[in-house]
Every structure is written in structure tokens, then in C-alpha cells.
Design a protein around this ligand. Structure first.
Ligand code: AHM
Ligand code: MG
Length: 333
């Protein structure tokens, strides 16, 4: 069997005019950082990387050692290549500028270095999510304002899933492509061409412990799913919640389903739970590129005009028919 590596895939994309040398370099550098994160994640207790870092991030959340390590790996890997104008990370409050002794490029890279990090110490899948934007023209160092572009402006988005195998899922706006890390060879191999989200589903993902805080449209939708065969949907649904968005979204990308972290009374003052610019937007681009849909319950996620780098939003994404139904219930309400 002919094995296509990520490098070969990207060069072929470049030849077909779907990507540029600069974007190819960016993706390759991110993939290299992902391999280094994968090594650290998989060594776990043997490398002394589990547990708390003893610090809080910009969101006021306690950082795990691996949150800090993954963030450092991504920042350092991407500083010197000359492809970026600046970076933004869930773990860093301000825009991360490229050190002055390195050349600068035309892209902005945003990431959640280690998503689902509450799962690290219990050895359950975690991931890295990233989004790529163009830096608007202008002099001087990029500001937060340069990053505040709607998700539809993303030129690439992806995530890495550190599960039983490490996978890299990528879109440059021409479908969704999946790669699996061959650990011995150290290369990502193209294993999942043109991934699509099935339109119909019998699976949903939501943190049901928040049920009492949900808004009426979400209460209604979930009650109908739970009523199963005897309810208005006339079929049984199954529920899964990993509490790693990457793992939950990957399952949905692979076999369909709906993922919801909706607005509720607990997170209303923050605007939602998940972060728009490096969680919701890249996942929305991937899901839409795979034929699914992604909304806040009311609006398309990728049409939102961001107002803050670390802004939070409600998220409803997955199989198009289900997302449309949830959105309809919100708009009727
Ligand atoms: P994190 O970026 O701090 O890890 O938080 C995001 C995670 C998502 O991966 C996951 O979907 C969600 O938080 C789980 O939240 P909860 O613990 O409320 O179920
Ligand atoms: Mg996260």
C-alpha cells in the first residue's frame, strides 16, 4: 500500500493551488509541535508531567503541568519559521509577539494547546485545537484587534487527538482530512480522506449535570431525545460525554452526532463555556467542511464578530439536521 505522508499531502495541495508554501510550512510546524506534545502526553507519570502546574491561566483556571508544556512547545516551534505575524493561546492573556530577531510572516495562529486537560490525570483523551487567520495589512506589531475576525475568515483549522493513536485532523477549506501518527517513523500518514459527518444521527453529547440551568429550547430538545422510541422522534438515542471537546467532536466527525455546550444560567455571565477563537471557530470550520453545521443555538458560529480574544460562546455542532432542529427551537422560543 502506498503511504502518503502529511508532507506529501501538503505539497500536492500546494501544486493544486489550494495552499501556499507559507501555509504549508505553518501546518508542518504545527504538526511537528503536535508530535512533541503527543510524546509528553503519552509518557504521563513516567515523565513526571501529570498534576497541577500551581498557576492559573487567563481564564482563572488552574493550569496542569501539561497545559504549560504544550503551550511552550507550540510557541517555541512556531516562533522562528518566518510564517507568522503573531500567536494567541488559551494559556496566554495577551497576543504573543514573534521575537524581534526572527522574520515575520502573514499569518496569525491561535490555539488551545491542551483541550480537555481535566482528563489528563485520569488518562483519558485530550487534544490540541488550532485556527489560522491572515494578519490584516498594517505596520507594527499585531494587536488583539488584528485577531478579531469572524471564523469564516479562517484559512485553515485543525485539531490533534491524543487518544489510543494520535490523529491530526485538518482543513484548508477543501474538505476535512485525517492523518494518523506512525510513532516509530515519526510521520503523520494520510489515513482519512474527505471525512464527512453523517446527516442523521442517534447520538448526542452534552454535560447533563447542567440540565437544571439549560434554556427551554435545550430542555425541550434533550427531553425529546431521551423520550426515545415512545417520544416525538420515534427512535432511541444514545448519550456520550468525554469532557474533552476534541474527543467528542472527533467521534461526531467519524460516526455522526450532535455536540452541545449551550448557553445556560451557570455560564451566562461569561457568555458561554467554550472559547470562540480557538475552540468554537476551528471546530465549526471542520464540521462545516465535513458537511455538518455549527451554531450558537441562534446564529452560525463562523459569522460571529469577535469582540475579545478569549471570548466564550455557546456551541451546538454536528449532524446538520440535528443542529438545524436545535436552532429552530431556539428561534421559535
Ligand atoms: P479546557 O479548554 O479548559 O480543557 O475546557 C474545555 C473543555 C472541553 O474540552 C469540554 O467539552 C468541556 O470543557 C467540558 O466541560 P465540563 O467539565 O463542564 O463538562
Ligand atoms: Mg479547551
Amino acid at each position: 500500500m502506498r503511504r502518503v505522508t502529511l508532507t506529501q499531502f501538503l505539497i500536492e495541495q500546494q501544486r493544486a493551488g489550494r495552499t501556499t508554501p507559507e501555509l504549508r510550512l505553518l501546518i508542518e510546524v504545527v504538526a511537528r509541535a503536535v508530535k512533541a506534545i503527543s510524546v509528553n502526553v503519552s509518557k504521563g507519570a513516567l515523565a513526571g508531567v501529570l498534576g497541577e502546574a500551581g498557576t492559573d491561566n487567563v481564564q482563572g483556571e488552574a493550569q496542569k503541568k501539561l497545559d504549560v508544556i504544550a503551550n511552550e512547545i507550540l510557541l517555541q516551534a512556531n516562533e522562528w519559521g518566518g510564517h507568522l505575524a503573531a500567536m494567541a493561546s488559551e494559556e496566554v492573556e495577551e497576543v504573543h509577539q514573534i521575537p524581534f530577531d526572527y522574520p515575520k510572516g502573514g499569518f496569525l495562529l491561535l490555539f488551545d494547546p491542551l483541550d480537555g486537560s481535566s482528563n489528563i490525570d485520569v488518562n483519558i483523551s485530550v487534544g490540541t485545537i488550532f485556527s489560522v487567520l491572515r494578519n490584516p495589512e498594517g505596520d507594527g506589531e499585531p494587536t488583539e484587534q488584528n485577531f478579531l475576525q469572524p471564523g469564516r475568515e479562517q484559512v485553515a483549522a485543525g485539531y490533534a487527538l491524543y487518544g489510543p493513536s494520535t490523529q491530526l485532523i485538518l482543513t484548508v477549506g477543501d474538505g476535512v482530512h485525517g492523518f494518523t501518527l506512525d510513532r516509530e517513523m515519526g510521520s503523520f500518514i494520510y489515513t482519512h480522506p474527505f471525512m464527512t459527518v453523517p446527516n442523521e444521527t442517534q447520538e448526542f453529547a452534552i454535560n447533563a449535570s447542567n440540565a437544571r440551568y439549560w434554556e427551554p429550547p435545550v430542555q425541550r430538545y434533550i427531553a425529546e431525545l431521551q423520550a426515545g422510541k415512545s417520544g416525538p422522534r420515534g427512535k432511541d438515542f444514545n448519550m456520550r460525554w468525554v469532557a474533552s471537546m476534541v474527543a467528542d467532536v472527533h467521534r461526531i466527525l467519524t460516526r455522526g452526532g450532535i455536540f452541545m455546550y449551550p448557553m445556560d444560567e451557570k455560564c451566562r455571565d461569561k457568555g458561554g463555556k467554550l472559547r470562540l477563537m480557538y475552540e468554537a471557530n476551528p471546530m465549526a470550520m471542520i464540521i462545516e467542511q465535513a458537511g455538518g453545521a455549527a451554531t450558537t443555538g441562534r446564529e452560525r458560529i463562523m459569522d460571529l464578530q469577535p469582540t475579545k480574544l478569549h471570548q466564550r460562546v455557546p456551541v451546538v455542532l454536528g449532524s446538520a439536521a440535528e443542529v438545524e432542529r436545535v436552532t429552530k427551537y431556539h428561534l421559535e422560543g
